[in-house]
Ligand binder design. Structure first.
Ligand code: PLP
Length: 384
């Protein structure tokens, strides 16, 4: 079946993934090789050296393209390596507009690495898309968006942003890590580049660090392939295999992540020790309407602030949790809790963080796929 015609749940299992040519292996073998025997110079079936291409990585890259309705996928050694490759499309003097409550690691890469090379960044509130237009000038090359944002779950209107970018001739890149392609497909909404930390929902089992880019334009794909090969931060064959294995159950896991996320968001909101819950599924969430339009459901990520709200009380809550694990990262089958201020966003200066609402007492949850009653009971005992 033509993978373009498949529905998402079928694509997760079969998209871009034909049985292996050599022996018909149903799962792509782990081609743990650096090089390929050539009969005449020019490579073997397109493979000459594993930085340039490796069949296990190709299988993952095709699966990524299929999931995001793109034409080309590229797999990197980490999410940040994928972000880095996009930034390398730019030249000194070029300007980038990025979401203000960006993933801390992306913020660090932009400000601590790329500013040194003369790239200029503007970090702006993107919840009102027309206001972003005032930052666009003749030097603007790229708009970098995360939606939902991390950790406050703001939703940015991707279709409106794509229209704005198109009208100004600016590239739109969307970090789709939090939503996963199960919930939202930015290329369909007009974005030019989709980026993933496959470490999170795509891998889904907290056992691999991997990144991905997906595009739908062959000239842009060619530029990115050049950077991928020239810079060399490629995804290894074992990591490609693990990510492909994770992708096979993406849709099933996401359904349960969403179901548990919904139940926990409501549970916390009704809890007498909780001040505020950040989750885009609430009807009074400021961007709920956009979320409902561009996402299939609301995902398994949420943040909350207890009534006390201090760092000490948040620390006490998190240390008491028994089913949730205090850890960095998200998107795995197990539930995790963390404090953005000292973990994912430690790279963002305190003043900048608090200006954007990321206060010290904020707790972020990555809701896993355990039994929901155990998750609720765990939070309840930790909040006492
Ligand atoms: C984790 C993460 C990244 C970085 O990915 P790595 O795989 O850790 O390099 C980028 N964006 C978001 C939203 C993330 O959660």
């Amino acid at each position: 079946m033509d993978s373009k015609k498949m529905r998402f749940n079928t694509k997760a299992i079969h998209g871009g993934q034909a049985p292996d040519e050599a022996y018909g292996a149903v799962m792509p073998p782990i081609y743990q090789t650096s090089t390929y025997a050539q009969t005449t110079p020019g490579g073997h079936k397109g493979y000459a050296y594993s930085r340039s291409a490796n069949p296990t990585r190709t299988a993952l890259e095709k699966a990524l393209a299929s999931l995001e309705n793109g034409t080309h996928g590229l797999a990197f050694s980490s999410g940040l390596a994928a972000v880095d490759a996009v930034l390398r499309l730019l030249s000194p003097g070029d300007e980038v507009i990025a979401t203000n409550d960006l993933y801390g690691g992306s913020y660090r890469l932009f400000t601590k690495v790329f500013e040194k090379y003369g790239i200029v960044f503007h970090f702006v509130d993107m919840t009102h898309v027309p206001e972003v237009g005032q930052y666009i000038n003749a030097k603007t090359r790229l708009v970098w968006v995360e939606s939902p944002t991390n950790p406050l779950m703001h939703i940015i209107d991707l279709r409106a942003m794509a229209q704005l970018c198109k009208s100004k001739g600016v590239l739109l890149a969307v970090d789709n890590t939090f939503a996963s392609p199960y919930l939202q497909r930015p290329l369909d909404l007009g974005a030019d580049i989709v980026m993933h930390s496959g470490t999170k929902y795509l891998g889904g089992h907290s056992d691999v660090v991997v990144g991905g880019l997906i595009v739908k334009d062959s000239a842009l794909a060619k530029e990115l392939y050049f950077i991928q090969n020239a810079v060399g931060a490629v995804c290894g064959p074992m990591d490609s295999f693990l990510t492909l294995r994770g992708i096979k159950t993406l849709h099933v896991r996401m359904q349960r992540h969403c179901e548990n996320g919904r139940a926990l968001a409501r549970f916390l909101r009704a809890h007498n020790k909780v001040e505020k819950v950040y989750w885009p599924g609430f009807e009074d969430h400021p961007n709920h309407k956009v979320a409902k339009e561009q996402m299939m459901d609301f995902g398994g990520m949420l943040s909350f602030l207890s009534k006390t709200g201090s760092y000490e009380s948040a620390k006490r809550i998190v240390e008491r949790l028994q089913v949730f694990t205090l850890a960095e990262s998200l998107g795995g089958v197990e539930s995790l809790a963390g404090y953005p201020a000292s973990m994912s966003h430690a790279g963002v200066p305190k003043e900048e963080r608090e200006k954007n609402g990321i206060v010290d007492g904020l707790i972020r949850l990555s809701v896993g796929i355990e039994d929901i009653n155990d998750l609720m009971a765990d939070l309840d005992q930790a909040l006492k």
